[in-house]
Design a protein around this ligand. Structure first.
Ligand code: ZN
Length: 178
């Protein structure tokens, strides 16, 4: 198992639409293991394959951060949702700003997916788990949670991250770190 390199906004690969997985084989098992290791390493509660540059419909989630078994969802689709939306306070490993932002999400959803044993599963999720699944499924469609914010807020986040990136490039150029 290895910790994978995360992609950060505004990397264009984060905008790719993931492809369905046809066969759940050893490679997928290895990918899942690497995704879990990466998610726990970065203290995340969810990770989509898109975030490590893999263009496949797979997400891992653990809102208990290691206290329970993680949820592994392959080719997930939302099959029903409660119409009411509520505020969800979110951050994202791929958008490295300290602040969290409120996004409107479905309170309750029902999803269908495959697990690692290639079995079809259906699952009802509400509140945090529901928000987290929606956030990660968005990644598979090239959508970031900051896309839901106002243009002004989006631009502010873009500028902040750009500043950090410029600093890193400057430091690298001058060999402060190798
Ligand atoms: Zn995210």
């Amino acid at each position: 198992m290895s910790i994978m390199k995360l992609l950060y906004f505004p990397n264009k690969k984060l905008r790719k639409i993931a492809k369905s997985i046809k066969k759940i084989d050893d490679n997928i098992q290895l990918l899942v293991n690497n995704m879990l290791k990466t998610m726990y390493f970065y203290n995340g509660i969810g990770l989509a394959a898109t975030q490590i540059g893999i263009n496949k419909k797979i997400i891992v989630i653990d809102i208990t951060m290691g206290k329970n078994n993680p949820l592994i969802l392959i080719n997930p689709t939302i099959i029903a949702f409660d119409k009411s939306k509520i505020n969800s306070k979110e951050g994202c490993l791929s958008v490295p700003v300290k602040q969290q932002y409120y996004i409107l999400r479905y309170k309750k959803i029902k999803i269908r997916a495959k697990n690692l044993m290639n079995e079809n599963i259906e699952l009802e999720a509400k509140y945090l788990l529901s928000f987290c699944i929606q956030h990660e499924m968005d990644h598979l469609n090239g959508i970031l949670f900051i896309d839901y914010l106002s243009n002004l807020k989006y631009q502010r986040i873009y500028d902040k991250i750009n500043k950090i990136n410029k600093k890193i490039i400057f430091i690298k150029k001058h060999n402060y770190i190798k």
